[in-house]
Design a protein around this ligand. Structure first.
Ligand code: SAH
Ligand code: SF4
Length: 488
């Protein structure tokens, strides 16, 4: 999210004539794009600020200005400037268009603050400036804000109400990325699958949202508009050789037509993030997630029925207010039962303004939170190591990202399920050479035979260059037509 926000900010500043530098000594102003979701994230910003204050004091000629952007700016507002005299500019996530004006104020030695939240800002017309132009993948923001009000979460307060970017502007941006050679896009939002484009009247005829069995929302059911399945449909037709991923969804918004579409389209990755947060129904109720352990598991089974080869991932929080040892055990059993391919595990940190802050006590001691965090990690590691072994001997389509971080002699990429795959950096073996070049480079799709694994990666040998449609066609021929995804 921060990368995507930074790319929007850059685009706005570039259009206003500002230039980017990677060196603090050359900079007139440093803007920090921040996150406030957990205390840890904020602590990192405070450390960065201490460092920047030192640089600011040490400057003798040109002054150095400091700006705080994003969620932490929204959370702390004017108090950031009152508390931190070194801060010159504070801009919330909906005020980026106002940055040129705010920066002009700081030039006159005034402090500048804009933390107004908007009901409709989506930066739809801002074409983000990609931070890493060499990357084979890109993020595309499709919606902002969240209406869910989980009791532990500060997002609805820092990023405001849910609003979606019009479908046409998303399609245009992805077409441009495809023309530039990008091979994978991730549709981004706090709640991507509650996407709803109501920008045109003709879109408002749809029925109300169908939710998975046993799921409910805290807000009144919304009606009409083009939904996430409509967006996925359009986006996946842009380029059959471009992978489509999305994050972060909420488990409540997975209607069958969407699951069906994912199972049918070969370029929509069979990877679903289903953030569970806890495996205990009472904790889920305190968190106000709108489902029970049983309904979550029912959804998981339903997903496996429709997309048998799906890779699932999840977020979990341990040590939420009042979480007993018994309740926590249910989280461990859920992690073991679902067999996720990846997880994001967090120790709960109390955030001001949230319902939990008003209503509950942060009563799980931090050493217990940390112990539970490591137990979650261990449970996940065990199941994922076993799961990764099931890939041995199978051929996976890998989008090559670049050299492996650990060794130049290896290349790294990801399979359809977003699992990292490492293989030796060698040419395509002679018997498989069909392209004019046998060299493997970032952005190539290569079929890789998996020969080993750990809890973190799959290891293999490269076989041949491929494409999403070709790889899928081969797979269908080998397997019969049962699990065949449509090649467009
Ligand atoms: N909208 C997504 C999550 C976005 S926030 C969803 O509902 O799943 C990313 C993750 O941060 C959350 O899934 C949650 O696991 C974690 N998180 C949010 N607030 C937190 C808090 N106060 N303490 C610890 N983890 C938190
Ligand atoms: Fe936070 Fe819940 Fe919204 Fe996710 S769905 S951003 S956890 S309030």
């Amino acid at each position: 999210m921060n990368v995507s926000d930074t790319e929007v900010v850059w685009s706005i500043l570039k259009s206003a004539g500002f230039e980017n530098t990677n060196s603090i000594s050359e900079a007139d102003i440093v803007l920090i794009v921040t996150c406030a979701i957990r205390e840890n994230a904020e602590n990192k910003i405070w450390e960065r600020l201490t460092y920047l204050k030192g640089r600011k004091r040490a400057r003798t000629k040109r002054p150095l200005k400091i700006g705080i952007l994003g969620c932490m700016a929204e959370r702390l507002k004017h108090s950031l400037i009152e508390k931190e005299k070194a801060v010159d500019l504070v801009a919330g996530p909906d005020s980026y268009r106002d940055l040129p004006r705010l920066l002009a104020l700081t030039e006159n030695n005034q402090t500048a603050v804009n933390v107004l939240l908007s009901l409709d800002e989506t930066y739809a017309d801002v074409v983000p400036v990609r931070l890493n132009e060499d990357s084979v993948s890109a993020f595309v923001s499709i919606m902002r804000g969240c209406d869910n009000m989980c009791t532990y979460c500060i997002v609805p307060f820092t990023r405001g109400r849910e609003r979606s970017r019009p479908i046409d502007s998303i399609v245009k941006e992805i077409q441009k990325l495809s023309d530039e050679g990008v091979k994978e896009i991730t549709l981004l939002g706090q709640n991507v699958n509650s996407y709803r484009d109501t920008s045109q009247e003709s879109f408002s005829l749809g029925n109300e949202t169908k939710m998975a069995k046993g799921f409910k929302t805290v807000y009144k059911t919304k009606k009409g508009g083009l939904r996430f399945a409509d967006l996925l449909d359009k986006v996946s037709l842009i380029d059959p050789d471009m992978r489509i991923r999305f994050t972060s969804p909420h488990p409540k918004d997975f209607p069958d037509e969407m699951l069906q579409l994912i199972s049918e389209r070969s370029n929509i990755c069979s990877h679903l993030h289903l953030p569970a947060q806890s495996g205990n129904s009472k904790v889920l109720e305190r968190m106000r997630r709108g489902y029970t352990r049983e309904s979550y598991l029912e959804l998981v089974n339903h997903v496996y029925d429709i997309i048998p080869d799906v890779a699932l991932s999840s977020d979990f929080i341990c040590g939420f207010c009042g979480e007993t040892e018994e309740e926590f055990q249910d989280t461990l059993t859920l992690i073991r039962e679902v067999k996720y391919s990846s997880t994001f595990l967090f120790a709960y940190s109390m955030r001001e303004k949230t319902t939990a802050h008003r209503r509950y006590k942060d009563d799980v001691p931090s050493e217990i939170k940390l112990r539970r965090l490591s137990e979650m990690n261990q449970a996940f590691r065990e199941v994922v190591a076993e799961k990764n072994e099931t890939f041995h001997g199978k051929v996976q389509l890998v989008l090559v990202e670049g050299r492996s971080k650990r060794s130049d002699k290896f290349l790294a990429g990801r399979n359809d399920g977003n699992v990292k795959v490492i293989f030796p950096s060698i040419d395509i073996p002679v018997e498989f050479q069909s392209k004019t070049t046998s060299v493997i480079k970032p952005g190539d799709y290569v079929s890789v035979k998996i020969t080993g694994s750990s809890s973190q990666v799959l290891k293999g040998e490269p076989l041949y260059h491929s494409s999403i449609p070709d790889f899928n066609k081969n797979l269908c021929e080998q397997m019969g037509l049962n699990h065949c995804k449509l090649s467009l």
